[in-house]
Each structure stands twice: as C-alpha cells, then as structure tokens.
Design a protein around this ligand. Structure first.
Ligand SMILES: C[S@@+](CC[C@H](N)C(=O)[O-])C[C@H]1O[C@@H](n2cnc3c(N)ncnc32)[C@H](O)[C@@H]1O
Length: 264
C-alpha cells in the first residue's frame, strides 16, 4: 500500500532520522583545513536528495558555493521548499540544484565532493564504481577531497531491523535481503508517525554492499593519492560519541558507520 505520508513529512522524517547537515559540513570543512591548511569554498554534493548539506554549505561563508546533483526531481523540489527557500538571496545565488546523473555531471571543478548516506552503493559493478570515482577525481581542484560515508560490521549484513526513536516518530532501518556471494542487498526505511501509524517501505535501496578495503583500493586505482579512514570515538557508555578521527586500526564492532576522505 502506498505510504500516506505527505511529501513534506516523508523528507522531514528522513532528514531528522538519518542526516545532520550541520555536523557533516563542519566535519568536511575542518578536515579540509587540517589537511591543506586553507579553507574549502566550493562543494559538490552528489546524490544530494533535498540538498540539505549544500544549503548548509553556502551559509558558512560569503564565498561558499555549492552544487547539489540528483537524478530525481522529487527530492530537489522538496529541498527547494524546505531548505533553499530559507536562504538569503545572496546565499541562494551560490546554491545550484542540478538534476543530472552523477556519472555525467556537468558542473565546475570544486574543492570538495561528497557522496553520503551510502548512495554510491547503487553502483554494483567494480567497473561502474571505478568510472564514477574517476569522474569525481577529474572534477576536483588540484587540492581537493572526496568524502564518502560507509557502514559495516557483521550485524549490518543480517536480516534485522534497527529501530530508533526520533522525538515522537520511530525510524526503522531494515535489511530485507543480503546475498553473501555478490553482496547484492536490499535495505528499507519505515516510519511510525506520532499518531502510531506505521508507514512501510518509504524508501527502499537495491545496492551492492561495498567494504572499506574494496573502496580504498578502487579510489586509489581512480587516481586519488591517499585515502584516510575515520573511526568514531566512544562515549562513557561505550556508544559512539559522534566524533570521527583518522585511524589505521579499530575494534571489530557489530555495526558501525564511518567516513573515508580521498585526497587528490
Ligand atoms: C540514499 S539517497 C541519499 C540522499 C542524500 N544524499 C542523503 O545523504 O540523505 C540517494 C539519492 O541518490 C539519487 N540518485 C541515485 N542514482 C543517482 C545517479 N546516478 N545520479 C544522481 N543521483 C542519483 C536518488 O534519486 C536519491 O535521491
């Protein structure tokens, strides 16, 4: 049955459950400055959805410019209503939504490109992922960084549902299918609204589950000079504290989310 959520609810529930644009923009800008010793000003957000990250980016500085790329007109339309409309006129002039395929992106070269919420898992063959990474490499300035997020751990490949309370709504992340031979997988997002009604399969993803070492190898083959893997620190109770630091070794947690920075 079709979800009865309005489009605004659909993207509001999604963003509140799985995105924190402010934190991600600070992470990317801080690491860029730490690595190159100067600020990043231009950014391309691949698979941008509503472009929440891009809209936050242009708020950081009067010289910050952003390009949000997505194939689907629906999240772009919702992003214009939810985020772009709240920017000042000057910020709006520096924010560009592009309804394009990231494989053939037509946008100026930038300092930073990001692909978040594992969206590049859409590319199921090594050949296609390499083609995408090569095109990203070519679209970056001389001193540039490509940021990706990734999830993993043995628990994340089991057919289970993770549940999280987000204010009055409940977010469900379900692994519906996982083929250990190919890593073909299907994940779905469901929500329970504040009135207790459950909305199934609001978003579904048919992906290949890529691993950290595979990605780092392919990034290197695509021409990136160095990749940095980040790992989340622990709070007092042993849960993630939201702070990610470069790491070469880490505990084999049941389930984790992390970042990779690929340097030009
Ligand atoms: C998992 S959502 C991620 C949205 C957002 N980046 C985030 O972090 O929440 C994936 C998005 O990628 C878009 N998409 C899928 N394939 C694409 C492609 N080849 N080029 C551009 N966008 C694509 C979809 O339309 C969808 O909005």
């Amino acid at each position: 049955m079709k979800s009865q959520l309005t489009l605004d609810q659909k993207y509001d529930f999604y963003e509140r459950s799985v995105q924190n644009a402010e934190v991600e923009v600070s992470f990317m800008r801080d690491e860029f400055k730490r690595i190159y010793g100067h600020n990043a000003f231009s950014m391309r957000e691949d698979f941008c959805g509503t472009g929440a990250i891009s809209c936050n980016w242009v708020e950081q500085h009067r010289d910050c410019e952003a390009y949000g790329i997505d194939l689907d007109p629906e999240p772009i339309k919702m992003g214009k209503e939810r985020h772009f409309s709240k920017l000042t006129k000057k910020q709006q002039e520096r924010m560009h939504y592009l309804q394009q395929n990231v494989l053939n992106a037509k946008a100026p070269k930038v300092d930073v490109i990001c692909a978040f919420n594992f969206s590049y898992f859409i590319f199921k063959s090594r050949k296609e992922l390499l083609q995408y990474f090569k095109s990203v490499r070519k679209s970056l300035n001389k001193q540039g960084i490509f940021y990706l997020d990734i999830f993993g751990g043995p628990e994340s490949q089991k057919l289970v549902t993770d549940t999280k309370k987000v204010d009055k709504i409940t977010y469900y992340w379900e692994c519906q299918h996982f083929n250990p031979l190919t890593h073909d997988c299907t994940f779905a997002i469901h929500f329970r609204d504040a009135k207790g009604k459950k909305h199934e399969n609001v978003f579904t993803y048919h992906w290949r589950f890529w691993t950290m070492p595979e990605l780092r190898d392919i990034l290197s083959e695509a021409g990136f000079s160095k990749t940095i893997a980040f790992w989340e620190g622990d709070d007092d109770e042993g849960n993630g504290n939201g702070e990610f630091k470069a790491a070469d070794d880490a505990e084999n947690c049941d389930a984790w989310v992390s970042y990779i920075a690929a340097l030009t």
